[in-house]
Design a protein around this ligand. Structure first.
Ligand code: NAP
Length: 258
Protein backbone atom coordinates (compact mmCIF):
# COMPACT_ATOMS: atom_id res chain seq x y z
CA UNK A 1 0.00 0.00 0.00
CA UNK A 2 1.38 3.46 -0.83
CA UNK A 3 1.42 6.26 1.77
CA UNK A 4 -1.43 8.07 0.00
CA UNK A 5 -3.64 4.98 0.20
CA UNK A 6 -3.11 4.54 3.92
CA UNK A 7 -5.80 5.79 6.27
CA UNK A 8 -3.26 7.46 8.55
CA UNK A 9 -0.14 9.62 8.46
CA UNK A 10 3.03 9.15 10.49
CA UNK A 11 3.74 12.10 12.76
CA UNK A 12 6.63 12.94 15.04
CA UNK A 13 5.97 13.15 18.74
CA UNK A 14 7.23 16.65 19.48
CA UNK A 15 6.51 16.93 23.20
CA UNK A 16 5.22 14.82 26.08
CA UNK A 17 4.51 16.64 29.32
CA UNK A 18 3.39 14.92 32.50
CA UNK A 19 0.94 17.08 34.50
CA UNK A 20 0.23 14.71 37.38
CA UNK A 21 1.16 11.03 37.83
CA UNK A 22 -1.93 10.15 35.79
CA UNK A 23 -2.35 13.05 33.37
CA UNK A 24 -0.17 14.17 30.50
CA UNK A 25 -0.25 16.24 27.35
CA UNK A 26 1.29 15.41 24.02
CA UNK A 27 2.04 17.32 20.87
CA UNK A 28 2.56 15.86 17.42
CA UNK A 29 3.29 17.26 14.00
CA UNK A 30 0.31 17.76 11.70
CA UNK A 31 -0.12 16.65 8.13
CA UNK A 32 -0.97 19.73 6.03
CA UNK A 33 -3.92 17.81 4.58
CA UNK A 34 -5.43 16.99 7.97
CA UNK A 35 -8.61 19.03 8.48
CA UNK A 36 -10.91 19.09 11.49
CA UNK A 37 -13.55 21.24 13.12
CA UNK A 38 -12.95 22.47 16.67
CA UNK A 39 -14.40 19.88 19.05
CA UNK A 40 -13.63 16.84 16.88
CA UNK A 41 -11.32 13.94 17.63
CA UNK A 42 -8.73 11.88 15.77
CA UNK A 43 -7.57 8.33 16.29
CA UNK A 44 -3.96 7.98 17.37
CA UNK A 45 -2.08 4.76 16.82
CA UNK A 46 1.04 3.36 18.46
CA UNK A 47 2.89 0.15 17.67
CA UNK A 48 3.22 -2.44 20.36
CA UNK A 49 6.41 -4.39 21.04
CA UNK A 50 5.06 -7.25 18.89
CA UNK A 51 4.59 -4.88 15.94
CA UNK A 52 0.77 -4.74 16.08
CA UNK A 53 -1.01 -1.38 16.31
CA UNK A 54 -3.24 -0.02 19.08
CA UNK A 55 -5.59 2.88 18.35
CA UNK A 56 -7.42 5.29 20.58
CA UNK A 57 -9.57 8.36 19.99
CA UNK A 58 -8.38 11.71 21.30
CA UNK A 59 -9.96 15.12 20.91
CA UNK A 60 -7.73 17.83 19.57
CA UNK A 61 -6.89 20.49 22.16
CA UNK A 62 -5.28 22.73 19.58
CA UNK A 63 -7.26 24.90 17.18
CA UNK A 64 -7.98 23.93 13.56
CA UNK A 65 -5.46 26.62 12.54
CA UNK A 66 -2.48 25.43 14.59
CA UNK A 67 0.49 23.79 12.91
CA UNK A 68 0.77 21.05 15.52
CA UNK A 69 -1.79 18.80 17.17
CA UNK A 70 -2.15 18.83 20.96
CA UNK A 71 -3.84 16.10 22.98
CA UNK A 72 -4.68 15.61 26.67
CA UNK A 73 -4.66 12.12 28.16
CA UNK A 74 -5.21 10.20 31.35
CA UNK A 75 -3.09 7.14 32.09
CA UNK A 76 -5.45 4.22 32.46
CA UNK A 77 -3.79 1.76 34.86
CA UNK A 78 -3.12 -1.38 32.80
CA UNK A 79 -4.59 0.35 29.72
CA UNK A 80 -3.23 -0.99 26.45
CA UNK A 81 -2.91 2.33 24.67
CA UNK A 82 -1.55 4.57 27.38
CA UNK A 83 0.99 2.01 28.54
CA UNK A 84 2.35 1.82 24.97
CA UNK A 85 2.19 5.59 24.68
CA UNK A 86 4.09 6.09 27.91
CA UNK A 87 7.06 4.23 26.39
CA UNK A 88 7.31 6.74 23.55
CA UNK A 89 9.79 9.58 23.68
CA UNK A 90 10.05 12.88 21.84
CA UNK A 91 11.13 12.22 18.27
CA UNK A 92 9.31 8.88 18.09
CA UNK A 93 6.61 8.22 15.51
CA UNK A 94 2.90 8.16 16.17
CA UNK A 95 0.13 7.41 13.67
CA UNK A 96 -2.68 9.92 13.19
CA UNK A 97 -5.83 8.99 11.29
CA UNK A 98 -6.33 11.09 8.17
CA UNK A 99 -9.97 11.70 9.05
CA UNK A 100 -11.35 13.60 12.05
CA UNK A 101 -14.58 12.46 13.72
CA UNK A 102 -17.23 13.63 16.14
CA UNK A 103 -20.24 15.87 16.53
CA UNK A 104 -19.27 18.02 19.50
CA UNK A 105 -19.07 20.98 17.17
CA UNK A 106 -20.80 24.34 17.12
CA UNK A 107 -22.73 23.52 13.98
CA UNK A 108 -24.89 21.23 16.13
CA UNK A 109 -26.71 24.38 17.21
CA UNK A 110 -28.79 26.49 14.88
CA UNK A 111 -29.26 29.32 17.36
CA UNK A 112 -28.67 30.31 21.00
CA UNK A 113 -27.23 33.24 22.92
CA UNK A 114 -25.06 31.68 25.66
CA UNK A 115 -22.71 28.75 25.26
CA UNK A 116 -22.16 26.51 28.30
CA UNK A 117 -19.20 24.13 28.05
CA UNK A 118 -19.51 21.54 30.82
CA UNK A 119 -16.62 19.09 31.09
CA UNK A 120 -15.15 16.58 33.53
CA UNK A 121 -11.53 15.38 33.58
CA UNK A 122 -9.91 15.01 30.16
CA UNK A 123 -13.30 15.91 28.68
CA UNK A 124 -11.96 19.47 28.82
CA UNK A 125 -9.93 18.82 25.65
CA UNK A 126 -12.46 19.61 22.88
CA UNK A 127 -13.54 22.79 24.67
CA UNK A 128 -9.97 24.08 24.54
CA UNK A 129 -9.97 23.61 20.78
CA UNK A 130 -13.32 25.39 20.52
CA UNK A 131 -12.05 28.25 22.68
CA UNK A 132 -8.87 28.62 20.63
CA UNK A 133 -10.95 28.97 17.47
CA UNK A 134 -13.02 32.04 16.53
CA UNK A 135 -16.48 30.61 15.92
CA UNK A 136 -17.81 30.45 19.47
CA UNK A 137 -16.51 33.90 20.37
CA UNK A 138 -18.07 35.54 17.36
CA UNK A 139 -21.35 33.76 17.66
CA UNK A 140 -22.26 33.75 21.36
CA UNK A 141 -22.74 36.62 23.79
CA UNK A 142 -21.48 34.67 26.76
CA UNK A 143 -19.34 31.54 27.08
CA UNK A 144 -19.24 29.69 30.39
CA UNK A 145 -16.53 27.06 30.75
CA UNK A 146 -17.16 24.68 33.66
CA UNK A 147 -14.39 22.17 34.37
CA UNK A 148 -14.93 19.56 37.07
CA UNK A 149 -12.16 17.41 38.56
CA UNK A 150 -11.77 15.38 41.72
CA UNK A 151 -8.69 17.13 43.11
CA UNK A 152 -7.30 20.60 42.47
CA UNK A 153 -3.99 19.31 41.11
CA UNK A 154 -5.95 17.75 38.23
CA UNK A 155 -7.03 21.18 36.97
CA UNK A 156 -5.00 21.16 33.76
CA UNK A 157 -4.36 23.94 31.21
CA UNK A 158 -4.98 26.72 33.73
CA UNK A 159 -2.43 28.95 32.02
CA UNK A 160 -3.93 28.38 28.60
CA UNK A 161 -7.41 29.21 29.90
CA UNK A 162 -6.22 32.32 31.74
CA UNK A 163 -4.25 33.40 28.67
CA UNK A 164 -7.10 33.18 26.15
CA UNK A 165 -8.22 36.71 26.91
CA UNK A 166 -4.71 38.01 26.24
CA UNK A 167 -4.49 36.57 22.75
CA UNK A 168 -4.54 39.30 20.12
CA UNK A 169 -7.14 37.61 17.99
CA UNK A 170 -9.53 37.05 20.91
CA UNK A 171 -8.92 40.20 22.94
CA UNK A 172 -12.04 41.99 21.72
CA UNK A 173 -14.16 39.07 22.94
CA UNK A 174 -12.42 38.47 26.26
CA UNK A 175 -15.32 39.82 28.33
CA UNK A 176 -17.55 37.03 27.02
CA UNK A 177 -15.75 34.17 28.79
CA UNK A 178 -16.34 33.06 32.32
CA UNK A 179 -14.36 30.17 33.73
CA UNK A 180 -15.81 28.18 36.63
CA UNK A 181 -13.54 25.44 38.02
CA UNK A 182 -15.16 22.72 40.12
CA UNK A 183 -13.20 20.52 42.55
CA UNK A 184 -15.34 17.82 44.10
CA UNK A 185 -13.14 15.88 46.53
CA UNK A 186 -11.33 18.61 48.42
CA UNK A 187 -11.95 22.25 49.28
CA UNK A 188 -10.23 24.57 46.82
CA UNK A 189 -10.33 28.36 46.91
CA UNK A 190 -11.99 29.86 43.85
CA UNK A 191 -13.65 26.59 42.82
CA UNK A 192 -17.17 25.32 43.38
CA UNK A 193 -17.29 22.11 45.40
CA UNK A 194 -20.19 19.98 44.18
CA UNK A 195 -20.90 17.93 41.07
CA UNK A 196 -22.10 19.79 37.98
CA UNK A 197 -25.46 18.03 38.23
CA UNK A 198 -25.96 19.17 41.83
CA UNK A 199 -24.79 22.69 40.98
CA UNK A 200 -27.41 22.93 38.24
CA UNK A 201 -30.17 21.54 40.43
CA UNK A 202 -29.45 23.79 43.41
CA UNK A 203 -28.95 26.86 41.23
CA UNK A 204 -25.35 27.47 42.31
CA UNK A 205 -23.90 27.19 38.83
CA UNK A 206 -26.21 29.87 37.52
CA UNK A 207 -25.47 32.05 40.56
CA UNK A 208 -21.74 31.71 39.94
CA UNK A 209 -22.19 32.53 36.25
CA UNK A 210 -24.70 35.29 36.92
CA UNK A 211 -26.73 33.79 34.11
CA UNK A 212 -29.78 31.60 33.77
CA UNK A 213 -29.65 28.20 32.10
CA UNK A 214 -32.68 28.22 29.84
CA UNK A 215 -33.95 26.41 26.78
CA UNK A 216 -34.43 29.75 25.06
CA UNK A 217 -30.92 31.15 25.41
CA UNK A 218 -28.52 28.40 26.52
CA UNK A 219 -26.70 25.93 24.32
CA UNK A 220 -24.87 23.28 26.32
CA UNK A 221 -21.96 21.05 25.35
CA UNK A 222 -21.19 18.10 27.63
CA UNK A 223 -17.98 16.11 27.54
CA UNK A 224 -16.34 13.64 29.89
CA UNK A 225 -17.54 10.96 32.28
CA UNK A 226 -20.39 9.08 30.52
CA UNK A 227 -22.44 8.96 33.74
CA UNK A 228 -22.06 12.73 34.16
CA UNK A 229 -23.38 13.17 30.63
CA UNK A 230 -26.37 10.95 31.26
CA UNK A 231 -27.16 12.57 34.61
CA UNK A 232 -26.72 16.11 33.32
CA UNK A 233 -28.96 15.41 30.35
CA UNK A 234 -31.64 14.19 32.77
CA UNK A 235 -31.30 17.35 34.88
CA UNK A 236 -31.50 19.58 31.80
CA UNK A 237 -34.47 17.66 30.47
CA UNK A 238 -36.45 18.97 33.42
CA UNK A 239 -35.76 22.43 31.97
CA UNK A 240 -37.01 21.32 28.58
CA UNK A 241 -33.53 21.10 27.10
CA UNK A 242 -32.82 18.24 24.68
CA UNK A 243 -30.14 16.77 22.50
CA UNK A 244 -29.74 18.71 19.29
CA UNK A 245 -30.42 16.51 16.27
CA UNK A 246 -30.37 17.36 12.58
CA UNK A 247 -34.10 16.72 12.27
CA UNK A 248 -34.90 18.42 15.58
CA UNK A 249 -32.53 21.19 16.66
CA UNK A 250 -32.11 21.37 20.43
CA UNK A 251 -29.94 22.77 23.17
CA UNK A 252 -27.46 19.98 23.99
CA UNK A 253 -24.47 18.37 22.24
CA UNK A 254 -22.46 15.58 23.89
CA UNK A 255 -19.32 13.49 23.62
CA UNK A 256 -18.64 10.53 25.88
CA UNK A 257 -15.01 10.60 26.69
CA UNK A 258 -14.15 7.07 27.78
P1 NAP B 1 -14.15 11.21 37.15
O1 NAP B 1 -14.71 10.16 38.05
O2 NAP B 1 -14.68 11.28 35.79
O3 NAP B 1 -14.33 12.61 37.87
C1 NAP B 1 -14.09 13.84 37.25
C2 NAP B 1 -15.13 14.81 37.75
O4 NAP B 1 -16.41 14.39 37.29
C3 NAP B 1 -15.22 14.83 39.28
O5 NAP B 1 -15.44 16.15 39.69
C4 NAP B 1 -16.43 13.95 39.55
O6 NAP B 1 -17.10 14.22 40.75
C5 NAP B 1 -17.31 14.32 38.38
N1 NAP B 1 -18.35 13.32 38.13
C6 NAP B 1 -18.19 11.98 38.08
N2 NAP B 1 -19.39 11.38 37.85
C7 NAP B 1 -20.29 12.37 37.76
C8 NAP B 1 -21.70 12.39 37.55
N3 NAP B 1 -22.41 11.25 37.35
N4 NAP B 1 -22.33 13.58 37.52
C9 NAP B 1 -21.65 14.72 37.70
N5 NAP B 1 -20.33 14.78 37.94
C10 NAP B 1 -19.64 13.61 37.95
O7 NAP B 1 -12.60 11.14 37.28
P2 NAP B 1 -11.36 11.10 36.31
O8 NAP B 1 -10.21 11.31 37.20
O9 NAP B 1 -11.54 12.02 35.13
O10 NAP B 1 -11.42 9.61 35.79
C11 NAP B 1 -11.64 8.55 36.70
C12 NAP B 1 -11.47 7.22 36.10
O11 NAP B 1 -12.06 7.16 34.82
C13 NAP B 1 -10.03 6.93 35.93
O12 NAP B 1 -9.66 5.99 36.90
C14 NAP B 1 -9.90 6.42 34.52
O13 NAP B 1 -9.48 5.08 34.54
C15 NAP B 1 -11.26 6.52 33.91
N6 NAP B 1 -11.17 7.29 32.65
C16 NAP B 1 -11.09 6.59 31.51
C17 NAP B 1 -10.94 7.26 30.33
C18 NAP B 1 -10.85 6.46 29.08
O14 NAP B 1 -10.64 7.03 28.04
N7 NAP B 1 -11.00 5.15 29.13
C19 NAP B 1 -10.91 8.65 30.27
C20 NAP B 1 -11.02 9.36 31.46
C21 NAP B 1 -11.16 8.65 32.66
P3 NAP B 1 -16.92 13.21 42.04
O15 NAP B 1 -15.58 13.53 42.61
O16 NAP B 1 -18.08 13.59 42.90
O17 NAP B 1 -17.00 11.80 41.52
Amino acid sequence: MTASEEKFTRQTLLEVQPLTPSLFTLRTGRDPGFRFRAGQFARLGVSKADGSLVWRAYSMVSSPYDECLDFFSIVIPGGEFTSELSRLREGDRLLVDKQAFGFLTLDRFVDGRDLWLLGTGTGLAPFLSILQDFGAWERFERIILVYSVREARELAYQELIAGLAQRDYLAEYAHKLQYIPVVTREAHPGALGQRITTLIENGELERAAGLELSAEHSRVMLCGNPQMIEDTRAVLKKRDMHLSLTRRPGQIAVENYW
